[in-house]
Design a protein around this ligand. Sequence first.
Ligand code: TXA
Ligand code: MG
Length: 346
Amino acid sequence: METKEYDVQELNEETLTYIDKAAEVLRNDGLVAFPTETVYGLGANALIPEAVAAIYRAKGRPSDNPLIVHVAGIEGCKELTPFWSSTVEKLVKRFWPGPLTLILPKTERVPDITTGGLSTVAIRMPDNPIALELIKRSGCPIAAPSANLSGRPSPTRPEHVIEDLAGRIDVILKGGDCRVGIESTVLDMTGETPTILRPGILTPEEIEAVIGIKVAIDPALLNRPCREASLEETKDIPAPKAPGMKYTHYAPNAEMLIIQGELSRVRKEIEIIKEENERNGRKVGVILFEEEAFIQAAHDFFARLRELDNYGVDLIIAGALSDRNSIGFAVMNRMLKSAGYKVIKV
Ligand code: TXA
Ligand code: MG
């Protein structure tokens, strides 16, 4: 399949013609990769099962992993969910457009394939003018997972999407670098307590401040086992509620290792392991963010993984961020998966 690439850094007369072409592709059940503020998405008409099936094929994604449906405004939610509480209203008013995905009960209109067979649907309004214009002009809600091959780091730049999906999809709208760099916060609104199923740049504290209700964190996200933990210790950890969170995600081609502890000790340990491996002829890459630079780390992390892979390193050594900070916690969730939970504590 020939993949058309269009440059759409900003909205103007020329780029709107490209967005129109992409919208037309979506109306004809095709696949369009587009920028959002978090990561690039791979979109198809969320209401057409064949169109959604093509997303799973292009990504090589397991079919039990549900997709997020992207809308251009609250209006677009009515056909997707019958549920709209005052709490949902507050969240949407404050955080949309933005990196917040809400899990709500679904209507009959939403095909099972879009929700991986679940009775709930994930909905979000992205904070990116290209994405919003594309959704509006297509006239349909757009199902879009991150635009990477399943298991690869999420794409935060157009070249990442090209690396993974050129030849497999119809259109790539190239809209520059994604502002946030990690995927949206997923908040389950179907239970008694709003529960975070996937941490993101939007923190539980910010959500609590707006709704005045304590937010829970899916217990499966806490105390994830490190390789050092014994099987005895890990057997009682429940499966995560967001099906996607159980897969080993974001894996770079290189082997990866995390060093956790006080910064000067982490630095020293990284140097030791790096030298030892280089002496044995291995190419080593290091990911070490400045302390407390959580937003920067979120922005850079996936791009750094891909950069080091393309550079052909055999081993990536990463310094852990503090997970007492909610954004640090969100980045660590991705970092631990990338490293297959291999952690050395110093
Ligand atoms: O920032 C984002 O959310 C990006 C951009 C493109 O919008 N999208 C994204 O989609 O990250 P994806 O498919 O890579 O991740 C969706 C996550 C998965 O972990 C999935 O299991 C979960 O959301 N999810 C989707 N629908 C769900 C549902 N009904 N119940 C529970 N979890 C759900
Ligand atoms: Mg993804």
